[in-house]
Write a protein that binds this ligand. Structure first.
Ligand code: HDD
Length: 733
């Protein structure tokens, strides 16, 4: 039996911080975690010690390689087979271990122990992903994010395989392959990568009115999360909970990030794809490696059949939310991610989630999208992981004991003794016993079902625009502007005119002004009289006042015009945990100020990183682990220029340093300059464009003072973005 691996850097660091990483799953994985020691003898895969792994066996030093070279052949054989098919969707992803701790019992609603044992920590493995891009694509395209959580409960695995958007594109799983084929790179030339801005996607969408609510979310900043832990997660479908009396309650799951909900802006996303395609993956890794955590509250919406019967939308329709005003969110626990995987392939790549991983006390509903998923996930693991025994893989095996009479198949790991491979059996002491419901056996909810066998959508699924309007109404003006610009961008990339026009027809159903703004950018006639100036302008921002007033009339919304929780901007700031601030420095920097800044940020569990003109110790006493030119403003949440006359004089001459300020300005990020650092601000294009009076710039998130005022800075950073900045004509916003 292999020994458990040595504690990683993160284990050591967080032991100091008092985090407890050990869960039942950590110990379970340790059974298969290979020891690593420099003193190990090098062997082949069957334990034969190898004396020379650098030269193949040849006939003479300059002669051909011999077929006999079994060591060469085995090594290359393994290499040749090291790739498995990537996931058909959600191929690009990254995961971490942690735990879920229940704080509120749902005993009234379910017998599932994971939802009734308050204080219990259940190990989790959570994977975040984009949908469309290949495994090697970048982290930050405009795309829906997968949010898949596995709970290793005492009663078996429970997976919530969700997204960061609470609704979906389609109502019926039979359309899923078409949706995915349409959004993936086009089949003839395999372009574009990780992007929905192309003809086949919008062609499919324009022919799929039920997608319109999801399209509004997809075109909003929701698909540009800043970090994994600044995005929400949703179970999307309506599920059931079943209590000890056998009564069913409907439930929807929501993950609420403790750090608040924040997004990138589109220009920033695109730049990050080049500057650091691993941006979000790296941020999660580094946070955890440095002893930090990523955290979400789990909230539920609980409702009855009678309540659902009174609404003007169908809870089985995955293109609809249940507005929070109809059913408030109840927080029941917290998920904490605190341990990086030891091996990407063995854990993150080989994890196979499936919505059929439910524990007793829970059940599915007849949502036709979910029903198809119940087949698809099990099926896909066969091709991806190579056979029916993928549940033996360490990351997939449950902590709950497994006992049944299934045997055989590729890669069977378990040695099941005895002659019995069937059930029921009386030989060999009989087979494992079925478990009655009262003792925790899974029983489906005995829902009354009757009807004709047919292929038809229920009439209650037919409203496709009502909740799209609800979403639109609920957004803040800046969010509407971004949504409008996203539609202009995406549809302007569509080369086929009739597809663009068909999309305008749908947008008109949501709001004629929105349709008009997009129409103008596409060179089409506006759809509303009030619209824009004669000749039109493609600038959503200029017409924002008009758009801000543009309320639509929702339907299928439980009578609501707006709903809380849909706007990200309307949510209050939640502190600055895990944010990263660039500190621009050169030789001669004021090291004491740098220390003060870094410490103040650390107190808030945020991070200051010194970017120098060269690596290593800078004169003045700060250490630069990155440089101004090997990094970029888009990778940071804010920028600070500390004092130090010599340092600031050098930065004034450094075009890259100026670019940090301009980019931060353009993306609405906090900027601060202290001591001599203020000269950089005054000498930059910003001062010339915005006005030289630095004190007036505070309201715009631009701070300056003779010495760091970190309380003010932290408060400013917690606001994330300052949208009210005057546009700078010389750099496009
Ligand atoms: Fe799916 C993967 C989320 C509809 C078929 N899906 C996958 C993952 C997430 C989701 C997060 C990645 C899991 C991981 O990290 O390994 N999928 C969703 C959501 C949906 C949804 C929230 C709608 C509410 N999916 C959906 C449908 C089907 C699939 C309707 C098929 C009928 N999904 C798959 C799949 C994948 C997958 C092909 C690819 C890899 C995998 O399952 O394990 O089976």
């Amino acid at each position: 039996m292999p020994k458990p691996s040595k504690p990683s850097k993160s284990d050591k660091k967080s032991e100091q911080l008092g985090h407890h990483h050990e869960t039942g799953k950590t110990q379970d994985l340790a059974r298969d975690t290979a020891p690593h020691s420099e003193k190990d003898r090098l062997t082949d895969n069957f334990g034969h010690a190898i004396s020379d792994d650098l030269n193949s066996l040849k006939a003479g030093v300059r002669g051909p390689t011999l077929l006999e070279d079994h060591l060469l052949r085995e090594k290359i054989h393994h290499f040749d087979h090291e790739r498995i098919p990537e996931r058909i969707v959600h191929a690009r992803g990254s995961a971490a271990h942690g735990y879920f701790e229940l704080t509120e019992s749902l005993e009234q609603y379910t017998t599932a122990k994971v939802l009734t044992e308050v204080g219990k920590q259940t190990p989790v493995f959570t994977r975040f992903s984009t949908v469309a891009g290949f495994r090697g694509s970048a982290d930050t395209p405009r795309d829906v994010r997968g949010f898949a959580v596995r709970f290793y409960t005492d009663e078996g695995n429970w997976d919530i395989v969700g997204n960061n958007i609470p609704v979906f594109f389609i109502q019926d799983a039979i359309k899923f392959p078409d949706l995915v084929h349409a959004v993936k790179p086009e089949p003839h030339h395999e372009m574009p990568q990780a992007a929905s801005a192309h003809d086949t996607f919008w062609d499919f969408i324009s022919l799929t009115p039920e997608a319109m609510h999801m399209i509004m979310w997809q075109m909003s900043d929701r698909t540009l999360p800043r970090y994994f832990d600044t995005m929400e997660g949703f179970g999307v479908h309506t599920f059931r909970l079943i209590n000890a009396q056998g009564q069913s309650t409907f439930v929807k799951y929501h993950w609420k990030p403790v750090n608040g909900v924040h997004s990138l802006v589109w220009d920033e996303s695109q730049k990050i794809m080049g500057k650091d395609p691993d941006f979000q993956r790296r941020a999660m890794w580094e946070t955890i490696d440095q002893g930090g955590t990523l955290e979400w509250d789990l909230a539920v919406q609980l409702f009855t059949q009678e309540e659902a019967d009174g609404w003007d939308f169908d809870i089985l329709d995955a293109t609809k939310i249940v507005p929070e005003e109809l059913v408030p969110l109840k927080v029941i626990g917290r998920m904490v991610l605190n341990r990086n995987p030891d091996n990407f392939f063995a854990e993150t790549e080989q994890v196979g989630y499936k919505p059929t991983n439910l524990v007793q006390g829970m059940d599915f509903t007849s949502d036709p999208l979910m029903q198809g998923r119940l087949f698809s996930y099990l099926d896909t693991q066969l091709i991806r992981l190579g056979g029916p025994n993928w549940q033996h893989l360490p990351i997939n095996r449950p902590l709950a004991p497994v006992a049944n009479n299934q045997r055989d198949g590729f890669m069977r790991h378990v040695i099941n003794p005895g002659r019995v491979s069937y059930h029921p059996a009386s030989l060999d002491g009989g087979s494992p016993q079925e478990v009655p419901r009262e003792q925790g056996g899974f029983v489906s909810y005995p829902e009354q079902i009757s009807g004709e066998k047919l292929r038809r959508r229920a009439e209650s699924f037919s409203d496709h625009y009502g909740q799209a309007r609800l979403f639109w109404n609920s957004l803040e003006p800046i969010e509407r502007e971004h949504l409008c610009k996203a539609l202009q961008f995406e549809l302007s990339k569509v080369e086929t005119r009739h597809v663009r026009v068909a999309m305008l027809d749908h947008l008109e159903q949501i709001h004629p002004l929105l349709a008009s703004q997009v129409a103008v950018a596409l060179g089409e006639a506006p759809r509303a009289d009030e619209v824009v100036k004669p000749g039109g302008t493609a600038d959503c921002a200029e017409e924002m006042e008009l758009l801000a007033k543009a309320e639509a009339q929702p339907t299928a919304s439980g009578g609501l015009t707006k709903s809380q929780g849909l706007s990200m901007e309307a949510q209050p700031p939640k502190g600055i945990r895990n944010r990263v601030v660039a500190i621009l420095a050169a030789d001669g920097v004021d090291g004491a100020q740098v220390d003060q800044i870094k410490q103040a940020l650390e107190t808030e569990q945020a991070k200051g990183e010194v970017l120098g003109q060269h690596l290593g110790m800078l004169d003045g006493g700060a250490e630069a682990k990155k440089t101004i030119s090997n990094s970029h403003m888009v990778l940071f949440d804010a920028v600070i220029v500390p004092g130090g006359a010599e340092s600031v004089a050098a930065l004034l001459e450094d075009g890259d340093a100026h670019a940090y300020l301009l980019e931060a300005y353009k993306h609405g990020k906090p900027i601060a300059a202290y001591g001599e650092g203020q000269q950089l601000l005054q000498g930059s294009d910003l001062a010339a464009l915005v006005g030289k009076d630095l004190s007036e710039m505070k309201a715009l998130g631009i701070l300056s003072a003779d010495a760091p005022n970190m309380e003010e800075f932290v408060q400013t950073l917690s606001q994330h973005r300052f949208w009210g900045r005057p546009a700078l004509k010389r750099i496009s916003n």
